[in-house]
Design a protein around this ligand. Sequence first.
Ligand code: GLY
Length: 293
Amino acid sequence: FANQNDKAVLKADGLASGNGVFICKSKQEIMGAANKLLQERIFGNASSLILAEELLEGQEVSIIGFSDGKIIRLFYPSQDHKRIFDNDSGANTGGMGAYAPVPFVSEKLLQEIKQKIMKPVINKMNEKRTPFVGVLYAGLMIVAGNPFVLEFNCRFGDPEAQVILPLLDSDILELMIACVEGKLLEKDIALKTGAATCVVMASGGYPDSYEKGKTINGLDEVAREKNVVVFHAGTKMENGKIVSNGGRVIGVTGFGKTIPDSINAAYSGVSKISFENMHYRRDIGKKALLRSA
Ligand code: GLY
């Protein structure tokens, strides 16, 4: 099942708490992973059946849209940063930051994604009389300019939502109502010009077991920043103070005319906020500066 480069991805078919994927870059690694899954049964019966696929190496992109079951309207493409450390190293997380739009998804590529991936899903589900109404999220890998589907979700992404929703220039409620009433064709989705970047500030220890209850400083100061919005993810109010209460604590979104402007705005916001043992990536948006996938 490996391609000619002896690279493959092996995955437990059942649920494995997000840990069931093995990225193998040699025959040896493939055999090792297959052994763990099928012989050692490290995930029990969840790995009695496994999936083996070609390893796709490229740029990941999240394509998210609203559908009324008949048509789909897309938000800006966005790019998540799933690894915990800079330069995409370390463990996988729920997402340590995102930016939008994605410069290497050209209008032509976006139309290709819409025609070849998003529309066929909506059309097929409609044909089967199970129309999909809501938010459709396609996680794609762009390899040498070509889109490949990694996953679908029926929700917004986190932290993708924190960059694509602020760039929406239409009334979101009107769009949602149009979806429910099957009238999305009557509505355009207007997007603001400019860019947004979100940096996630995480608790010490995340994505493994992490600390909670740390006082978050600087929220009043950052609220005065122009071009910055703070999204609370894992926080709570305790004795009149806002404290950390999750792994991904806060998302700081910066806006600008260009991606670099939005990166600067986001990190300016981040610099105002502090809590004990917090950590965050310093390279969110850097990949936007690459010319092509
Ligand atoms: N950020 C990835 C997701 O929400 O699935």
